[in-house]
Design a protein around this ligand. Sequence first.
Ligand code: HPA
Length: 273
Amino acid sequence: MTTAPRVRECARILLERGGLRPRVHLVLGSGLGGLSARVRDPVEVAFGDLPGFPATSVEGHAGRFLIGRIADTAVLVQSGRFHLYEGVGADTVAAPVRVGRALGARTLVLTNAAGGIRSDLVPGSVMLVDDCLNLMFRSVLAGPVTGDESRFPDMSRPCDPALMALAEAAALEAGTLLPRGIYAAVGGPHFESPAEIRALRAAGADAVGMSTVPEVTVARAGGQRVLAFSLITNRASGLGLGSLDHEEVMRYGDEAGATLGALLEALVPALPR
Ligand code: HPA
């Protein structure tokens, strides 16, 4: 058993070190850590400095927060996240979102690496998450209600339509294609079999990954607005040429991460504070 992170205490440490209250919390997925170079006057706090935060065990997930500014907007940028497949508790997976909210972030922007199922979602493309399919067979909220979160949060619009429109405007301006799609979250850590991908396609999934849905759920339970982007790093199992491995996911994260980075840099100042 891991000790559950102490959310208030973690928020206090981040506020004390960072000296500002972030309005936007950005979570960077596998291979997307390069985006942290876009934060002005960053103060770094490693996960290991926060009570109850275990070190992340996944290569490509740095495990740290940066507090600083993108343009004039105060941001909390999180490199690395906790996944249920690491064997940590739901409280640990949820903790970074709760810490961001305790600090004052009203908007949560999530990014992830995902496999493309729909035919246009080829490696290197970016998808704006329109809706989620939770195929992790559990809710991150199971257990006692935390703080002022809702017991039965509404998930009829997991991602905020007005913020999605802002993201689409920023993409249009930058000349970046940003198709909408449905993100399916599976438990992992193994990649899917081709039969599972066919089942996911039939269920309406456009892309598949192993994160994000728990964070969206926690954010919605706490009344935060959410935006989420999938960086397509590979064709899903059975749809591409060869087998899948984490190195491939990381390589595309590095390459196409730059496109998503530029998009986020343009978008953040347009988000409501
Ligand atoms: N499946 C699940 N998770 C992923 C994939 C995938 O194909 N690519 C990146 N993360």
